[in-house]
Write a protein that binds this ligand. Sequence first.
Ligand SMILES: Cc1cc2nc3c(=O)[nH]c(=O)nc-3n(C[C@H](O)[C@H](O)[C@H](O)COP(=O)(O)OP(=O)(O)OC[C@H]3O[C@@H](n4cnc5c(N)ncnc54)[C@H](O)[C@@H]3O)c2cc1C
Length: 405
Amino acid sequence: MDTCSTGLEPLNPEKVDAVQSNRQYKKDSKDLRDWTTIGVGGTAKNFVSATTEDEIVEAVREADNAGEPVLFLGGGSNLVISDDDFDGTVVRDTRSEYHIEHDSGCGGVVVRATGGMEWDEFVALAVQNDWSGLEALSGIPGTVGAAPVQNIGAYGQEVADTIAAVRVYDRLEQRRSTLFLSDLELGYRTSILKRSTNDPSLSDGRVWGPTGRWIVLAVEFQMTHASLSTPIGYAELARRLGVNVGDRVDQRAVRNHVLELRRGKSMLLDDENRNTFSAGSFFTNPIIPEGEARKLPDEAPKFPVRAIAPRGKAPDPKKMQPGVLKTSAAWVINHSGFDRGFKVNPDSNASLSTAHVLALTNRGGATTAELAELATVVRDGVFERWGIELVPEPIRVGWDLPPLN
Ligand SMILES: Cc1cc2nc3c(=O)[nH]c(=O)nc-3n(C[C@H](O)[C@H](O)[C@H](O)COP(=O)(O)OP(=O)(O)OC[C@H]3O[C@@H](n4cnc5c(N)ncnc54)[C@H](O)[C@@H]3O)c2cc1C
């Protein structure tokens, strides 16, 4: 039921708990393997755990002025860092705060959260308060600040649909500013924040390396008041809930089912489960010309692709990219001879997850070199079979896949 007409108090006052990862991070370590969910990476030269916005800005500015690389670290869940040492400064935002900026029964709620807040803490807060629009993003690891970077999405929702603005530190102009939703050019796993890591056109010819031009200091979300979810946009989730795609159901039920689905696919962090020592999906779902997609067998998934919001425009969930379709990276991997648990050789400490083929996992003591070899073999095998080039999703720090032969 919409709470718009009944006031701002949530219908159900019961607390919604955030997913508690039992991952044991070593808080004083400069060893980056201790800070990434996949558990690889060398040692950082400098490591700053910032407790205020000024400390964040100061640390980044100092490193930039010294010409040193900067790695802004969130939860380390979308990073695969080289085995070599990182000869630069790693900065973390340790703040975990939120503030309700505006709240009215029918106008909805605007909430600002600091970049360092754990993503699922924020989602749990939203679900508990009947702020609708984030419930299907439950259980994604990482931080609020990283959420707009690749426009996180899952089970039919994207964060693009709830972000109003982000407060940033602009490394090029060396000042703090605000980027509005229409500045971010959000699309499937992309934004100007992510693109600026390697696209010189966004920074007067400069590229920034593992972290882009803009450091996200805080994110402002605009959500409606409703105990109901936004319309369910994912068939598997709708089936689980016993409803149709497009129906709206209780947000708490959506959250619970999403967490269950994620647990079943080893996509919730859990120290007892080696499949979760990953960076999530290693490859994005390939976007290919419609004509190529039609040549794939009928059973290969084919979906329309949401258009990337052009500069000056808010993302429109109904606007699709013309002439292309998205297929499933998992499907093409599976149909190129790679099964769950695949290893390049039996002694390797890196394998595909035993729960699904989309995550590359560290089985214990894996090196980045082993993961890179596995990723390369899978990418090349898929290209050989289907002529489709898989593109890695996580940020690679200090290494990359070799070019396709
Ligand atoms: C088990 C598992 C499941 C996952 N499931 C999903 C999923 O369903 N959907 C999805 O979209 N992703 C998923 N991911 C990927 C990942 O969780 C998200 O991309 C997440 O938003 C990364 O957040 P982080 O804080 O860990 O970022 P990090 O990995 O620490 O950083 C990733 C990149 O963002 C940059 N960055 C981080 N914080 C900031 C900031 N404040 N300002 C500017 N740049 C910043 C970093 O410099 C780096 O370039 C999954 C990962 C795992 C391990």
